[in-house]
Ligand binder design. Structure first.
Ligand SMILES: Cc1cc2nc3c(=O)[nH]c(=O)nc-3n(C[C@H](O)[C@H](O)[C@H](O)COP(=O)(O)OP(=O)(O)OC[C@H]3O[C@@H](n4cnc5c(N)ncnc54)[C@H](O)[C@@H]3O)c2cc1C
Length: 536
């Protein structure tokens, strides 16, 4: 029950940072200079070595572990220190800070690696019988506390790692659908579908590590959502293992067979069952991809231009707008903080499809953006944005290394309410993070657009105070209060986890809370599925 010899060779994320350990880099000297200008001299922050991370005493008794081994085989039940550390929490900034400080107190007692739906179902049913909490673990990229289960009252906690469910089960090229197992990660899904000339088109910034099941369980939204849709819009069907049996959904593209139960599984964050496969809508691999940038005089002007596009049904595949602060920090080249692209507000447009389709849509969009007051900056910065779009998260670790707290948060509202929401959240963050030594830097962009509204994605940087945890909790609380007070949602695509639960209750009200609890009680009668997540 230690390291498994046939453990699948998926490159593991760094246990206390974002991403591929080989890709970690210190901040470039020029960027470090700017950071010191904003926040004062750098304070180097060390990370506790992995063997020294403090874990809770394993709670699962040997007889129960033996039963798990009987179900899955010795190689697929791990209790070693490293496996437990690697399945502790997700990748929010508080998660990273705790891990850097050697706090592994939310670690599972064991990590189980089932091979298929039948084994997942067996584990879930066993967890119900034995009152063992079970946390589905996809890519481990949660940023809302979705992987830190409650331990009290349980015989133990297991992380159910879905990485062995990594197959493309089938493709229906006539209906343009495909069935993918839940543990397939973003790049592998694209690789498998590309063999059939197909793409999913779902590219969140966590694409490299997040999984198909995780996308569904959190209602993820990718950077090309204007063209391909949010992940929940791509889901046609789902298979879910619950303690009371298997749920299979999706027998037709649309139906009037009562409320759509797929919607109950999407965003359920492991609290209603473990998703083992997802049927998704797919598209032909685009022959051409073109990205470009535009400049608008102000955030308000840019937002009006985006609204005009989407309300006239001509949104490009990628569409985002940075505010003045984010534009000044050079969105197009996220690893080069600073630069000469400051001034006004940057819009990124992207077009994917056949050359004819790209040309036609690009001409329509360009004409509308020009009419709305935009100036084209050409394709160079757009290509740089596309090339660097997965690199941003590595910068957060480089900043944490020198004592600068960086975190992101997101929300959404209707177009008419967008200016109010933007001001309220930016004010709340600024007030909460300002002290006698200075204030934070608050950046924002419109990340996803709809005919009726849009999402706002904030990035905040502040000088770290102490361990940074209390400081961020205050800021996050103030920003979340501001979102709800402004009539917006607590989350557009990061989900609820444990962190957003108090605000979810305010957003959906007491009847909404009762409905969630009712489903939970019937589907998970012993409350073993990801206890503490989602359901207030
Ligand atoms: C740097 C960074 C960038 C990000 N960018 C984006 C972005 O652009 N867009 C976006 O939408 N999100 C983004 N996120 C958030 C995160 O990546 C998403 O929530 C993602 O969808 C989670 O997928 P995962 O496989 O990593 O799930 P995990 O983190 O492993 O799990 C997330 C939650 O879903 C549950 N879960 C996981 N798999 C299953 C399953 N098979 N069945 C049932 N429950 C399951 C878990 O128990 C947990 O509660 C980002 C996160 C980071 C750290």
């Amino acid at each position: 029950m230690t390291t498994s010899p046939d453990m699948p060779q998926v490159p593991d994320m760094h246990w206390a940072r974002w991403g591929d350990p080989e890709a970690a880099q210190p901040l470039a000297a020029s960027a470090r200079g700017l950071v010191e200008l904003a926040f004062g001299p750098a304070v180097e922050r060390a990370t506790t070595p992995l063997p020294d991370v403090r874990l809770p005493e394993p709670a699962l008794d040997p007889a129960l572990l033996g039963e798990l081994v009987d179900l899955l085989g010795t190689d697929h039940v791990r209790t070693d220190h490293e496996a437990r550390v690697r399945h502790t929490r997700g990748k929010s900034t508080p998660d990273l800070l705790r891990m850097r400080q050697g706090d592994g107190s939310d670690a599972p007692d064991a990590v189980v690696l089932p091979a298929d739906h039948a084994e997942v179902a067996a584990v879930v049913s066993w967890c119900g019988e034995r009152r063992v909490a079970v946390v589905p673990f996809g890519g481990g990229t949660s940023v809302v506390g979705g992987l830190a289960a409650r331990r009290d009252g349980y015989a133990g906690v297991v992380a159910l790692d879905l990485r062995r469910l990594d197959r493309l089960v089938s493709v229906d090229p006539v209906s343009m659908t495909a069935v993918l197992e839940a543990g397939v990660r973003g790049p592998r899904a694209e690789e498998l579908l590309a063999e059939h000339g197909l793409t999913l088109g779902h590219f969140p910034q966590s694409f490299e590590y997040a999984s198909i099941g995780g996308f569904a369980a959190t209602r993820s939204s990718g950077q090309a959502s204007a063209g391909y849709g949010r992940f929940d819009q791509l889901v046609v069907g789902l298979t879910v293992a619950t303690p009371i049996g298997t749920l299979e959904l999706g027998s037709a593209p649309a139906n009037a067979a009562g409320p759509d139960l797929r919607e109950l599984v999407l965003g359920s964050e492991g609290a209603f069952g473990v998703i083992t496969s997802v049927t998704v809508r797919v598209r032909a691999v685009p022959e051409q991809k073109v990205y470009e940038t535009w400049r608008f005089a102000s955030f308000g002007d840019g937002a009006a231009a985006l609204r005009d596009l989407v309300q006239h049904d001509c949104a490009p595949t990628v569409l985002r707008l940075s505010d003045e602060n984010e534009t000044a920090l050079n969105l197009a080249k996220p690893d080069e903080v600073g630069g000469d692209s400051a001034g006004g507000c940057l819009v990124v447009t992207g077009f994917e499809g056949t050359p004819d389709d790209v040309a036609r849509r690009r001409a329509t969009v360009s004409a509308r953006l020009e009419k709305a007051g935009g100036t084209s900056l050409g394709a160079e910065d757009g290509a740089a944005w596309a090339a660097g779009r997965f690199h941003g998260p590595y910068l957060r670790d480089a900043m944490l290394d020198i004592g600068v707290l960086v975190e992101t948060l997101e929300t959404a509202t209707f177009w008419s309410n967008l200016p109010r929401l933007y001001a309220a959240v930016a004010d709340a963050l600024t007030t909460a993070l300002t002290d006698e030594q200075g204030g934070p830097i608050v950046l924002c962009h419109v990340s996803h657009v709809y005919e009726t509204g849009a999402s706002l994605y904030f990035t905040v940087a502040a000088k770290q105070d102490g361990d940074g945890l209390a400081q961020w909790a205050t800021a996050k609380g103030a920003a979340s209060d501001a979102m709800i007070a402004a009539g917006a949602t607590i989350t557009h695509h990061h989900a609820v986890g444990r962190d957003h639960k108090p605000w979810l209750a305010r957003e959906i009200g007491p009847v909404g809370v009762e409905m969630l609890r009712a489903v939970k009680e019937r589907v998970d009668p012993f409350g073993v599925l990801n206890p503490g997540a989602l359901v207030p």
